[in-house]
Ligand binder design. Structure first.
Ligand SMILES: Nc1ncnc2c1ncn2[C@@H]1O[C@H](COP(=O)(O)OP(=O)(O)OP(=O)(O)O)[C@@H](O)[C@H]1O
Length: 600
């Protein structure tokens, strides 16, 4: 509930006065509808269905006396004109209110999407290490839509409640005894409907879980589609999907059945109650025809409102889990906020002048577990040199890079750039120096030009080609049908792994970084292209600091220093040739494994 109140306050802030104009519009529509129905009685009287003079209903009697003052020949036409005017007014107000309602809700959708997305994009890497990407997609798609539906229901509920109160007041004025009786019946119905509401909440929780599993499943399946196809796992995955779809179907049917069940409950109760009222009024209390009409009028105006309120309440309770999921995600993002988007516009950018240093840094992914990914690491990376980090898989190489570029913060020890320790405040400014090329390079579904210009929107073609040439990518881009304008498929699927790596490398260079980090960035290249990239790196040496993680040790022969990591600790540090002569060291062992692998 607290989440609901939070978003209601936000709706108020985002919409301002329009929110209340909208609600007034809604009430106006209901009021006109009500008056139209009350007008139908004198209208029917005028057609001769019953005698107008015989009614003894407050308000309607006054309307009747007014009607009777109109010359007889003009009564019907006057009443009909009034009725038509009311219907037209209602239609016009309704149209404007619908447009306003859509505007308010969509402005709120925009606010909700933007604030969630902004929170996500500002969150630090730690947040992404523990959050499933599919859960984020689920919240940004399904759950936000459920919130919007929920908000629409709240607006409807609020106006229905206000309108019902007005009607109750009016009905009390007409006949307080009868109204109290109807209210008592309504109260009893609401009491007995509590279990419907509880059930709506349980179904809502289930909807959240199921849709989350759905998104996670399809994301996983299609990311691993090659594995599925090559290992012929189609049947297993299809069966899983089928079972989930059946559960989703049953979940939606359950809710529809609950809603219609409530409606049925109220309809049966209303039939029984009105029957009872009429019977008791006639047979026991011997009330007049006018009063009987009054019972029907009050009952028919109030009872449907009770049904609407109960149904809207169930729908709202059903969408509450979505309010909770979105709020929890937003809170997590707020707690792990790394920077404000506007900080990125800050032109302040350093260049590494002397060195990056790690002093006694230790890091654990899970502080509740004893295993350290890095322990007491001390390294020195001189500016404008080329440093290679090597070690077996899982040794801690990528973690070390993450710490070096301030993506994660060490548990103890510190990382220094030119003697200045990285802190929460200055990390962003220091990270601006870095261009990072990951193991699994990411390209957007867009043209090569757009992908390159992402880092420098003003770069002219000449510079783009220069960067491509550096990354040994110019030849293959030239051969593509549309050159720089060639559209790259989903995550660059139409390009080979090596081609993707070269494009991402070109993009990294285009940024003119002070520090270039290559995390296994040439692993997918063939010997010829790798040699080209090596030559280019060689040309770059001395102009920027280059840090390379490499499995293929042949690629780091020209490194100024090699850092060897084993089980989270630095076990060797020195020049390539020096380390290769330390025959009992890890580096020599890694070299001999690779040579054996190459020779075999
Ligand atoms: N997100 C994570 N959550 C928990 N543990 C992690 C996470 N990422 C890495 N680790 C663990 O931290 C240790 C170091 O991992 P890291 O990825 O830094 O090794 P690496 O040397 O880069 O390996 P590779 O060469 O295979 O990429 C490993 O034991 C790994 O299981």
């Amino acid at each position: 509930m607290s989440e609901l109140i939070y978003y209601l306050k936000k709706l108020h802030t985002v919409s301002g006065i329009k929110l209340y104009i909208n609600m007034i519009g809604m009430m106006l529509i209901s009021s006109i509808e009500g008056v139209s129905i009350y007008l139908l009685i004198p209208l029917l009287g005028l057609t001769g269905i019953f005698n107008l003079g015989s009614l003894t209903i407050p308000f309607l009697d006054q309307v009747n006396s007014l009607v009777l003052r109109i010359p007889e020949h003009a009564q019907l036409i006057t009443m009909l004109t009034l009725y038509i005017l009311l219907v037209i007014t209602q239609a016009i107000v309704q149209r404007n209110q619908t447009v306003l309602n859509t505007r308010i809700l969509h402005k709120f959708i925009r606010y909700l999407r933007l604030s969630t997305y902004k929170g996500l994009i500002q969150a630090e890497w730690k947040f992404y290490l523990r959050t499933r990407k599919s859960d984020i997609s689920h919240i940004l798609t399904n759950e936000i839509v459920r919130i919007i539906v929920g908000m629409g229901i709240i607006m409807k509920l609020a106006t229905t409640m206000i309108f019902t109160l007005i009607q109750v007041a009016f009905a009390l004025w007409l006949s307080y005894k009868l109204t109290l009786l109807v209210l008592l019946c309504g109260g009893l119905m609401a009491f007995f409907s509590r279990r419907f509401t509880q059930r709506a909440k349980t179904i809502g929780d289930e909807t959240t879980e199921l849709t989350k599993t759905y998104i996670a499943g399809i994301t996983d399946h299609f990311n691993g589609i090659k594995d599925i196809k090559t290992n012929m796992l189609e049947r297993e995955h299809y069966n899983w999907f089928l079972a989930l779809c059946k559960r989703l179907e049953s979940n939606f049917v359950k809710f529809a059945s609950l809603q219609t069940g409530t409606q049925l409950f109220y309809k049966i109760a209303s039939a029984i109650l009105i029957g009872l009222f009429i019977y008791i009024s006639f047979e026991v209390l011997h009330v007049s025809g006018g009063q009987l009409m009054l019972i029907v009028v009050i009952f028919s105006r109030l009872w449907p409102k009770f049904i609407t309120i109960q149904n809207s309440w169930e729908q709202l309770v059903n969408s509450l889990p979505a309010f909770r999921s979105v709020r929890e995600l937003q809170k997590e993002c707020e707690e792990t906020k790394e920077f404000e988007l506007r900080d990125l516009d800050d032109e302040l950018r350093f260049n590494l002048k002397s060195a990056i240093e790690c002093r006694n840094i230790s890091y654990r992914y899970d502080k509740n577990k004893p295993e350290f990914a890095l322990k007491d690491v001390n390294i020195h990376v001189p500016a404008n040199s080329m440093t290679a980090i090597v070690g077996k898989s899982g040794a801690g190489k990528s973690t070390l890079i993450d710490l070096l570029i301030g993506l994660v913060r060490s548990e103890s020890g510190e990382v220094l750039y030119d003697g200045v320790a990285l802190t929460e405040r200055n990390t962003l400014a220091h990270r601006k120096m870095v261009s990072y090329v990951p193991q699994d390079p990411f390209l957007f579904h867009s043209s090569i030009r757009d992908n390159l210009k992402l880092v420098d929107p003003h770069a002219i073609d000449e510079r783009l080609w220069e960067a491509l040439r550096f990354a040994a990518a110019d030849d293959f881009v030239r051969q593509l049908p549309d050159g720089l304008d060639t559209i790259i498929g989903d995550r660059g699927i139409r390009l080979s792994g090596g081609e993707r790596q070269r494009l991402v490398l070109a993009r990294a260079i285009l940024r003119k970084p002070s520090i270039l980090v290559l995390d296994e960035a040439t692993s997918a290249l063939d010997n010829e292209n790798e040699a080209k990239v090596q030559a280019a790196l060689e040309r770059l040496k001395g102009t920027m600091t280059i840090i390379v993680i490499a499995h293929r040790l042949s690629t780091i022969r020209n490194a100024d220093q090699v850092i060897v990591i084993e089980q989270g600790r630095v076990v060797q540090q020195g020049a390539y040739h020096q380390l290769s002569t330390e025959t009992r060291g890890t580096f020599s062992r890694l070299l001999s494994y690779q040579e054996a692998g190459v020779n075999s």
